[in-house]
Design a protein around this ligand. Sequence first.
Ligand SMILES: [Zn+2]
Length: 106
Amino acid sequence: MNQDRPETRDTEAIFCHRCGRLVHSGRGEYFLVRIEAIADPAPPADGSETLAPEEPTYADLLAELENFTERELMDQVHRRLALTLCNACFRRWIENPVGDADNDAN
Ligand SMILES: [Zn+2]
């Protein structure tokens, strides 16, 4: 019966994906970082786009898709992530969001 009293609105417990700190929604304690990665969205650079593009048929697409799981297909062309970062972690992350390439080489 008290559901519409805003001061009693539940704050959702959320954990920072980086440090694990508990943060609460509705208190300005964290950033939600959405990352969308799309494999080269430009048309092919091999000149093939100058030809009249041949629309693949639905059957063609199905045949192609059969070689991959849905998950594999998604990972190849499109990744979407949502990260929760507490304010402290966000400030550190946003300074260097792409990380340090040297760390990959090990
Ligand atoms: Zn954190």
